[in-house]
Design a protein around this ligand. Sequence first.
Ligand SMILES: Nc1nc2c(c(=O)[nH]1)N[C@H]1C(S)=C(S)[C@@H](COP(=O)(O)O)O[C@H]1N2
Ligand SMILES: [Mo]
Length: 219
Amino acid sequence: MPDPNEPPDDSKLTRAKRQWARDGRLLTGTTADAQADRLPPGQRLVRDWPVLDLGAQPEVAPQRFRLDVDGAVRRPLSFSLAEFMALPQRDFRSDIHCVTQWSRYDNTWRGVASGTLLDLVEPLEGARHVVLHGFDGYATNVRLDQFAAPDVLLAHSWEGQPLTTEHGGPVRVVIPRLYFWKSAKWIRRVELTTTDRPGFWERNGYHNNADPWSEERYG
Ligand SMILES: Nc1nc2c(c(=O)[nH]1)N[C@H]1C(S)=C(S)[C@@H](COP(=O)(O)O)O[C@H]1N2
Ligand SMILES: [Mo]
């Protein structure tokens, strides 16, 4: 028995739908396109994980590690590595997009969400920006709302293993929606500020905002 709710097979609508399916019209916006849209303009995919930094990789022994979260906050805090590891932990998978045109998909991180730290320090009304400081003297700036995004992590592990020194261990920042220079390695201090203070690369020719989807590479 044909389903009375379905148009008969030879109806005009059915024939039209078959033709659309053959033309691929119904595929618009489906998985294939989503995959293509995953690589930002001007990027190429790599399988390895390149190392990029200013050249001096600080060896941060666990007992030397310290993370300060301070500046325009009500309750500035300072964490030892043990205190940091005792905070609620999150797992995230995200893509890396580096301004030097490599992207790497599906990196699995474990660490503390930026939101967890922000809830603890209580940003002041006027807090709008964040400067991320590394143990190597590196600094980079992001807007507070970008830092507070739900996929931003202070990560201590990658693919289930502690972050290596070259990739920023013991703890690095991961901000998946911006070029990777905003993801400070060997994080030492998260400083909330009321005004924007450009970091190292931002003062040396890189874009202040770093959105890979609009190719904000150079300022
Ligand atoms: N502390 C610190 N963080 C840093 C850098 C740095 O020199 N020092 N380089 C940035 C740049 S330019 C990039 S592309 C990424 C590289 O991270 P990776 O070496 O883990 O790939 O780290 C970013 N974070
Ligand atoms: Mo970079």
